[in-house]
Design a protein. Structure first.
Length: 550
């Protein structure tokens, strides 16, 4: 069969139709149902005129429908892309326009956001499909959204279940390993960038690396369905719980697709906010074998819950994987005290590619930020010259075998995806130094990127939102340490002469334009925001002013 996830998942569904694919609370979606439901949505996409290469947005919280819609798009050779469910209508409209979205699948509790985005979009998506939220759910701001259409609105799109019922499953088709997915991430300009990747190389990597992690030899793609059937029959199929949102690369690309690539089961939490007690209870109940998190913002409350309430049967759990935020040795060691059987995989990765990982066990802990680079990963200097082995000079991490690009941005593509000595690399902007044992120690991003609980916040975007307020003459934004979230967003602000608006009033207006996690939690009002002689931001000076005012 062709190296394509939709084709592989169809073949797995044929071999293990009754094995669970997706679980959330009492909901059980078997592999056969997973394929059937995705095929019916695929037929609806085709009926709406969605063609190969068209883009399908997923404005969804964690739910089986997220994975079904992702597969449906791949089935018809369309391009699924993630939409952050914490975005405002203005931010979602930007993504719809940037992606040239032809279809949008969204949760009804986000109906107001979807409706506002569609109204603002340059061209409205052809198909809007609305996934019901039974009983309503708590919104991020603490309000309650209705079960259809969001707060204060009627239905915005066609009901998801009605769409499935109205269409027979789409016929299976031949596909191309060069078909694409797109994952939106932040960019140094402060606006999200769509990272486009081809599906074939990604799947080839998964079927080569996942089986050995569960004690199996890697097999050709044609033999993967038989492997899935054997694992299911022996009661050894992977059961993976992505604790982070599926709309993040960590949740989907590390927590979900690797398990589906070998016919396993994805278990999703029901709560809209991460609850470590719910997570550990679910691990025990569903006999989860693998959990995926985003560093210390997840690990710290997970460890605290185990400290406070030990006694659950967590013997099924074999691994915890993490990416997207710092995962400190302290938290790894604390988890290993409770779960000495664990293999902790700390991936150092960006949406543009994986740099490597560190592996921690009870017998062999791994220091924070030190990782073993993946095959062919090199360090380069500012002129793209590879640093020689043994060099202690800091360098940019360059990842070989890059096939991606940024959607609609040739300049950023050329800056990140570079040809070095005849090979194409991705250079996401992470700096590291090489250690004597061949490992690398990560130093951080060169750009002013703030990572708060796994969410990327880019300073320039927040600065512009602050300066749009008439009471703000100038502003600089940066991250400061936070025990719970790793970092929190902070700012120094200079007032417009003659204005004395309360800081809370300014931030309230900023919330109308940005997701809540981007809004500064701490603000210092200063006489003048520090800048260089040519007007560039002086972030060290800004931090010093902030510290002095704290």
């Amino acid at each position: 069969m062709e190296m394509h996830p939709a084709t592989l998942w169809e073949a797995i569904a044929d071999r293990v139709p009754d094995h669970p694919a997706l679980v959330q609370g009492a909901r059980r979606v078997t592999w056969g149902e997973f394929d059937d439901r995705a095929s019916r949505l695929a037929a609806a996409l085709v009926a709406a005129g969605v063609a190969p290469g068209d883009t399908v947005g997923l404005l969804l919280r964690n739910a089986p429908e997220y994975v079904e819609a992702y597969l449906a798009a791949l089935k018809v050779r369309a391009v699924p892309f993630n939409v952050n469910h914490r975005y405002t209508a203005e931010e979602v409209a930007y993504l719809l326009d940037d992606a040239d979205a032809v279809a949008l699948v969204f949760h009804a509790s986000l109906g107001s956001v979807a409706a506002g985005a569609v109204e603002r979009a340059r061209v409205a998506p052809r198909l809007l499909v609305e996934v019901d939220d039974p009983g309503g759910v708590a919104a991020d701001d603490g309000s309650t959204a209705g079960s259809r259409g969001g707060v204060g609105r009627g239905p915005v799109g066609e009901p998801y279940e009605a769409v499935l019922a109205a269409h027979d499953p789409a016929a299976r088709i031949a596909r191309d390993p060069d078909d694409r997915t797109m994952t939106y991430t932040g960019g140094t300009t402060g606006l999200p960038k769509g990272v486009v990747a081809t599906v074939g190389p990604a799947l080839e990597g998964l079927i080569a690396t996942v089986p050995p992690l569960i004690g199996e030899a890697a097999v050709p793609i044609d033999e993967v369905p038989a492997l899935a059937a054997r694992l299911a029959g022996e009661g050894r199929a992977m059961v993976s719980l992505p604790a982070s949102p599926l709309m993040h690369g960590t949740g989907m690309l590390i927590g979900t697709t690797p398990t589906l690539a070998v016919g396993g089961t994805i278990v999703l939490l029901e709560g809209r906010r991460f609850d470590p007690a719910e997570m550990w209870d679910t691990v025990a109940r569903e006999r989860v074998t693998a959990v995926t998190i985003v560093g210390d913002p997840f690990a710290r409350p997970m460890r605290a819950e185990l400290d406070a309430r030990p006694g659950r049967d967590l013997s099924s759990l074999r691994s915890i994987s993490s990416a997207g935020a710092m995962f400190s040795q302290e938290e790894k060691d604390g988890l290993l005290v409770h779960l000495p059987q664990l293999l902790i995989l700390d991936f150092v990765a960006a949406t543009e590619g994986s740099m490597g990982m560190s592996v921690s066990t009870a017998a062999n802990p791994a220091p924070t930020a030190r990782f073993r680079p993946g095959p062919g990963v090199i360090l380069i200097d500012a002129t793209d010259r590879p640093l020689p082995d043994g060099s202690t000079e800091p360098g940019l991490v360059a990842i070989p075998g890059a096939t991606g690009r940024y959607h609609g941005d040739d300049v950023k593509t050329a800056a990140t995806f570079r040809t070095i000595d005849g090979e194409r690399y991705s250079v996401p902007g992470d700096w590291a130094v090489r250690n004597d044992d061949g490992t690398l120690t990560l130093l951080g991003r060169g750009s002013a990127c703030i990572n708060t609980a796994g969410e990327k916040v880019f300073a320039e975007e927040v600065e512009e939102a602050l300066k749009a307020h008439p009471a703000v003459a100038d502003a600089l934004v940066f991250g400061v340490p936070d025990d719970r979230y790793g970092q929190r967003v902070a700012a120094v602000v200079a007032r417009t002469p003659g204005r004395d608006d309360p800081v809370d009033d300014v931030l309230a207006e900023v919330r109308d334009h940005l997701a809540s996690y981007k809004v500064p939690r701490s603000v210092a009002v200063v006489d003048e925001v520090p800048r260089t002689q040519v007007g560039k931001p002086d972030y060290p000076g800004a931090r010093a002013l902030f510290d002095a005012a704290s």
